[in-house]
Design a binder for this molecule. Structure first.
Ligand code: ADP
Ligand code: MG
Length: 272
């Protein structure tokens, strides 16, 4: 039996080196973090610090150069039905309607979808009755809700999301955040979310992990101790404001020191 204290998902010393034309590029370097069952953890950090690389490694979509990812203590070595993914773009197939987009992963695997569960999910996200629409007939928010339904249709125990609402306007984004909170309250799915929005990270997470600039490592971790559902009143408190600022400062501070480093790399001191 799984112990209550064992992490659901565990990243141990994850390092990923990409071979590029201009040489090896270390995207993440000895990254380690644990996510407990039922926890929501956000990962934030400067652009290019390796967040997507880390998430793809967690999902088994690409292999690490060294280190490992464990799901319930077992190595993740390839795509896993226990892990659902939502990307920044909804990645729906334009020539298929919503119903057949959601069923597409089942088709490739030759599995029968759980129609009752899909119906329930469509109802939850407000897409009931839209099954025959094509992606072009849906708004960005609706497409992303469909992608969320597709990811949850397998009943994954872990949901990984890579800046899922970054392309949406701020109202739709808030709506999507409430929807994810609602789904979490009902399913307690373990969630790892990459986001550029500190507000979104604080609204949704139990913990916010800040990554350092490339090569990405875990720089700092913040607990988000506010009760759920996180009402407008809770989100307007001084505690939330202070936490938001502390996280922003951590990221900006890191970028500042990186720029200073770059400057001192390029501006060589005059020879004596
Ligand atoms: P983030 O999601 O934090 O913006 P990424 O994980 O996308 O960061 O990228 C980290 C670094 O790795 C960047 O410098 C990026 O250019 C590089 N990178 C990402 N994917 C590849 C790839 N397939 N091949 C080579 N370099 C890559
Ligand atoms: Mg990214």
């Amino acid at each position: 039996m799984d112990g209550q204290n064992n992490p659901k998902l565990s990243v141990r010393g994850a390092t990923k080196v990409y071979s590029t034309r201009s040489g090896d590029l270390v995207a993440i370097d000895r990254c380690s973090l644990d996510v407990k069952a039922g926890e929501i953890v956000s990962i934030v950090g400067p652009s290019g610090c390796g967040k997507t690389t880390l998430l793809w490694s967690m999902s088994g979509l690409h292999p690490l150069s060294s280190g490992e990812v464990l799901l319930d203590g077992k190595p993740v070595k390839g795509p896993n039905p226990e892990i659902g993914m939502v990307f920044q773009e909804a990645t729906l197939l334009p020539w298929r309607n919503l119903d057949s987009n959601i069923r597409f992963p089942f088709e490739i695997k030759g599995n029968r979808p759980d129609e009752a569960w899909i119906g329930e999910l469509l109802h939850k996200v407000g897409l009931e009755g839209f099954g025959s629409r094509f992606p072009r007939e849906l708004s960005g928010g609706m497409q992303q809700r469909a992608a969320l339904v597709r990811a949850l249709s397998f009943k994954p125990s872990v949901l990984l999301m890579d800046e899922p609402f970054g392309a949406l306007d701020s109202f739709t984004r808030e709506e999507m955040n409430r929807l994810v909170e609602q789904i979490w309250l009902e399913t307690q799915t373990t969630i790892v979310l990459i986001t550029h929005s500190i507000e979104e990270a604080i609204f949704l997470s139990d913990r916010v992990i800040v990554m350092s600039a490339r090569p990405g490592r875990v720089a700092k971790e913040y607990k988000v101790p506010f009760p759920r559902p996180r009402s407008f009143e809770i989100m307007s408190t001084k505690e939330v404001f202070d936490l938001t600022n502390a996280i922003k400062l951590e990221i900006v501070g890191d970028q500042k020191s990186r720029f200073a480093q770059q400057a001192s790399d390029t501006i060589q001191p005059a020879a004596e």
